[in-house]
Design a binder for this molecule. Structure first.
Ligand SMILES: [Zn+2]
Length: 248
């Protein structure tokens, strides 16, 4: 039986803070492994990256690849289970269901039409070549996110006597939203895939940071003043948030 190609020789050199990816055959199946080298890490760690559908192995400065492999082997079944439990990826293509503010819309590719992307009933229509559908849908969702978020942020800010300097729509995968000291609020476009009340909580949370740049009691009082959905929305994001990273 031919051996799987040696991942050792194919393994790219890891320099400081670099990332490398490979597919490794382990006892519990073939796994996508992402290697990271971190100068701040103190020990070898494993975590699941839902967006990448991979297990991330972080190595501290002096740890070798073999230590990462040893940890992977020791936790092989845990990693395999967690990877298998990830929701399937949903590429933006004809027929895919995209939850818009939590309600499912089907992408309908209309190559013969013009007009970019538009809503029709419970469908997201996309004109142009099939190859451009993912990019067009993503750009449209970003704009849709901005159109949903900006007015709500302005209203919430007014209620606590603050002003939003700027709204920035991003695709940060490590967090849903953030507030900069200059009053810029940043949001992931993927939040437009959450139910309206979840989105409302995230907006209220960031707007409250315009008054309190911390997570102290006064901050949470401000959030509670703006939205009644805090606990439920936190629960929703913990349960369903990783799934949102599988779209596109
Ligand atoms: Zn916060």
């Amino acid at each position: 039986m031919p051996r799987p190609p040696s991942s050792r020789t194919a393994f790219p050199l890891l320099t400081t803070q670099s990332t490398a990816r490979e597919t490794l055959p382990l006892e519990d199946g073939v796994m996508e492994v992402e290697w990271r080298r971190s100068p701040r890490a103190r020990r070898v760690t494993l975590r699941i990256d839902p967006a990448a559908g991979a297990v991330v192995v972080t190595l501290p400065p002096r740890a070798g690849r073999s230590q990462g492999i040893a940890l992977l082997r020791a936790h092989s079944s845990w990693v395999a289970e967690r990877l298998a439990a990830l929701s399937p990826r949903v590429p933006f293509a004809d027929g895919a269901l995209v939850p818009l503010l939590g309600r499912p819309y089907a992408i309908r590719h209309c190559p013969g039409e013009v007009g970019g992307v538009w809503l029709e009933g419970e469908e997201i229509h996309v004109s142009g070549e099939a190859a451009f559908v993912p990019r067009r849908v993503t750009a449209w969702l970003r704009e849709h996110a901005r159109a949903e978020i900006a007015p709500r942020a302005t209203i919430h800010a007014g209620r606590i006597g603050r002003r939003v300097a700027r709204i920035s729509i991003k695709d940060q995968r490590s967090r849903w939203a953030s507030c900069a000291p200059d009053g810029t609020l940043a949001f992931s476009w993927r939040l437009v895939l959450t139910p309206s009340w979840v989105l409302d909580y995230v907006i209220a949370h960031e707007v409250a940071h315009l008054a309190e740049m911390n997570h102290g009691p006064r901050f949470w009082a401000a959030v509670a003043h703006l939205t009644p959905h805090t606990e439920a929305a936190k629960g929703w994001l913990a349960a369903h948030g990783p799934r949102l990273l599988r779209y596109g």
